[in-house]
Design a binder for this molecule. Structure first.
Ligand code: ACO
Length: 367
């Protein structure tokens, strides 16, 4: 049975920075409260030409470069997101087209902030089963588009960004070692984006009542999160036959420093073993774990051969954890330039649209 190795990684964050002081000009809050209660100092906010797919493509190209993998070699693209560009088509298909990943299947996965763990596990299982060899797993969000900028309970928390991993099959042991996924829909109302789906389609009143923005019972989500972070980590370790002492790093979902501190207490581990960067990005939902991972790898914090656990929680309610051994890129030949495939992909996409248009005209004439 092949192993699923994480062989490439990349992240993207919008240029636009919003500090706590910037927020204090919009809502009744202040830098001290936000830093003390959440640990967040600033977050990135997508500009007018930045979208869930464009951030994802930027992160993916970096990940493909690290892995030295061509977009045309990708078998499967999973985009984990709670902020897709459309109800359909899937954002993963927009990414497939922009990357020029011509043979890839592509779909979106929605498990809120736990989404990246779910997606990584799905990609790894597809590789382990032998049905695919290469997967691109993405977590990408533009939460700022769904935040109520008048609600100080939520608007201070969220930010935009994307992270991507390349997963590849190898006979060498390592890579994704185990994963656990959980859900409890009885808590679905604690964190929700009520309207815009099939239950409450957009109407004048849904817009008027602000139902297209994130609603959250912060205290209840906080309580739930502090309960599940340590237990999910221990479950994933148990499934991999590992103990807490065997792992070097915990990479938690970056929601609130107090939640991470509670997890550290639950696991009896010092905070130095946790990868934390929420001070600069806020809560980027499903993108938060890969962004934290990429920064830690690029800083040389996470090294080849080290074992780690990624752990998250989010709306649904969902939670989960994944244990992995960090092995780095597989040996490969040549020097792949994924940006060239992106340029070619753009031309290919235009040509396909033109052919479809001409075929449509001919077909109509035949009727
Ligand atoms: N600025 C200043 N004061 C504030 C702010 C603010 N931004 N927000 C709330 N307050 C006030 C409240 O009004 C309250 O005042 P009061 O005592 O006079 O009523 C006081 O500060 C305390 O408010 P709490 O809600 O009790 O603050 P708490 O310490 O619980 O922190 C927070 C709130 C940060 C939202 C916290 O509950 C939290 O982090 N919850 C988890 C949220 C989370 O992780 N969500 C993401 C899940 S992942 C996903 O799926 C997207």
């Amino acid at each position: 049975m092949p192993y699923a190795h994480i062989t490439g990684w990349g992240m993207a964050a919008p240029e636009g920075v919003m500090t706590n002081d910037d927020l204090a000009k919009i809502v009744d809050t202040n830098d001290q409260w936000i830093r003390e209660r959440t640990g967040i100092s600033e977050r990135r906010i997508a500009g007018a030409t930045e979208f869930t797919s464009t951030l994802a493509v930027e992160a993916s190209i970096k990940a493909l470069k690290v892995a030295n993998v061509r977009p045309t070699d990708i078998d499967l693209i999973i985009c984990s997101t709670s902020t897709p560009e459309y109800m359909f088509p899937a954002t993963a298909c927009l990414i497939q087209d922009q990357l020029g990943a011509t043979k890839a299947g592509a779909f979106d996965l929605l498990a809120a902030c736990t989404g990246f763990i779910y997606a990584l596990n799905m990609g790894a299982q597809a590789i382990r089963s032998g049905s695919i060899k290469t997967a691109l797993i993405i977590g990408s969000e533009t939460l700022s588009r769904f935040v109520n900028w008048k609600d100080r309970n939520t608007c201070i928390l969220f930010g935009d960004g994307a992270g991507a991993f390349v997963l590849q099959a190898s006979e060498r042991p390592g890579g994704v070692l185990s994963a656990v996924m959980h859900s409890d829909g009885s808590g679905g109302d604690l964190l929700t984006l009520p309207a815009g789906g099939s239950r409450f389609p957009a109407t004048e009143s849904t817009v008027h009542e602000g139902l297209h923005c994130i609603k959250m019972d912060g205290k209840e989500v906080f309580r739930f999160a502090t309960r599940v972070m340590a237990s999910a980590t221990l479950e994933a370790l148990d499934a991999a036959g590992l103990k807490v002492e065997d792992i070097k790093w915990i990479v938690p979902h970056q929601a609130n420093i107090r939640i991470i501190e509670a997890a550290a207490r639950g696991l009896k581990l010092p905070m130095e073993r946790f990868v934390v960067n929420l001070d600069r990005y806020g809560n980027t939902s499903t993108a938060s774990i890969p962004i934290a991972m990429v920064e830690a790898i690029e800083k040389g914090q996470i090294k080849e051969g080290e074992k780690l656990v990624m752990v998250g929680f989010g709306a649904g309610l969902t939670w989960g954890a994944l244990a992995a051994e960090w092995t780095g890129p597989l040996p490969s030949k040549g020097h792949v330039r994924p940006e060239q495939y992106r340029r070619l992909g753009r031309v290919r996409s235009l040509v396909r649209r033109a052919i479809r248009f001409i075929e449509g005209l001919l077909y109509r004439r035949e009727l």
